[in-house]
Write a protein that binds this ligand. Structure first.
Ligand code: COA
Length: 310
């Protein structure tokens, strides 16, 4: 039986122009640049745009990068925890603005959303789609209390997209692992119309365990070991979470993609944002294996092992 796999053929990101530094936050919050850098690794973040506008920008660029036009896209999968409206899905706005004729829907798996989206896209290709646009976008500023120093220093806005295209043979998404532990919902949540509430220390502790657990599971399913991985692309929440997880996995920080110093935590956007910068810096070569791993509210976690074959 012939196989129908997926390849990543396009990738791009988008950040709002407006940059907010830690020093800017010092003016309105009881905090310091030094505290934020030491506890999180974040120096500045981008704030602005809507989930649709940022998605249109990164999605449009990813389609062009793939050498395609919007008419070629069969389905738009938008991972977001901050849709512009309750109804309809923001993916429908993006579809209309990009001029795509195919299907469109949102998924919400919080900061694990993009890796969930890639997994869904891989399945859509396996069952017949030719080209799937997977977008991760969040405008977390819209659900952040800017007077709460424990969360306002962390969250920001951004978008990243990848095009998955059908290929003969096995998928380049070699193994995935998706989890959720709903018993930990209270650690990070926003009621409808409300702002994010967080028990930071507990999120930290659980995040490390779940990133490591899903990474090991995805590696096992892919039939590879951590030593085969050339680049780890983690969710960008806190440099100390990433360092702790990488220590447990046995990964050197030189092999990890980091953008959180200038993006903050952009939720669904953070993994593709980090990947796009690493690729632009020449940090991936054809044939390399990449481990993408994220965690977030829910508490969700998701990892994927991908062969880079653009
Ligand atoms: N500036 C200065 N002080 C701050 C502060 C800020 N922005 N935010 C909190 N503090 C204070 C606290 O009030 C506390 O003061 P106290 O000791 O007088 O009570 C002190 O700093 C230590 O707070 P604590 O929460 O113990 O710090 P921490 O080392 O755990 O770091 C986080 C806080 C939020 C940076 C860290 O817990 C974290 O990153 N957690 C994970 C959050 C996350 O990733 N969320 C998104 C998941 S997708």
């Amino acid at each position: 039986m012939s196989q129908r796999g997926a390849r990543i053929t396009g990738w791009a990101s988008a950040l709002p122009d407006n940059v907010v530094t830690n020093h800017d936050l010092e003016k309105t919050l009881d905090t310091t640049h030094e505290w934020i850098v030491e506890r999180t690794g974040i120096h500045s973040r981008h704030i602005g745009g809507t989930t649709a506008s940022l998605s249109v920008e990164s999605g449009g660029k990813a389609i062009a990068r793939a050498g395609l036009t919007p008419a070629d896209i069969d389905i738009v999968v938008l991972a977001t925890t901050t849709p512009d409206r309750q109804v309809p899905a923001t993916a429908s706005t993006v579809q209309q603005e990009l001029g795509i004729k195919g299907g469109a829907f949102d998924i919400n798996a919080a900061c694990s959303g993009f890796v969930y989206g890639l997994t869904v896209g891989n399945g859509l290709v396996a069952t017949g789609a030719q080209h799937v646009l997977v977008i991760g976008t969040d405008t977390l500023r819209t659900i952040t209390d800017w007077d709460d120093r424990s969360t306002a220093v962390l969250f920001a806005d951004g978008s990243g997209s990848m095009v998955l295209s059908a290929t003969d043979g096995p998928s380049n998404i070699l193994g995935t692992s998706l989890t959720s532990d709903g018993s930990l919902e209270r650690l990070l949540f926003a009621e409808r119309g409300g702002n994010l509430q967080m028990v930071g220390k507990e999120v930290f502790r659980n995040a490390v365990g779940y990133m490591v657990g899903t990474s090991r599971d995805a590696l096992h399913k892919a039939g590879v070991t951590i030593d085969d991985i050339s680049l780890v692309v983690p969710h960008q929440a806190n440099i100390r979470i990433i360092e702790a997880a990488c220590r447990r996995l046995g990964v050197e920080m030189d092999n990890v993609a980091i953008v959180l110093d200038h993006t903050g935590n952009t939720s669904s956007a953070s993994v593709p944002l980090a990947f796009v910068e690493a690729e632009a810096a020449g940090r991936v070569a054809p044939g390399d294996l990449i481990l993408m791993t994220g965690f977030g509210a829910g508490m969700t976690a998701a990892s994927a092992v991908i062969r880079w074959d653009p």
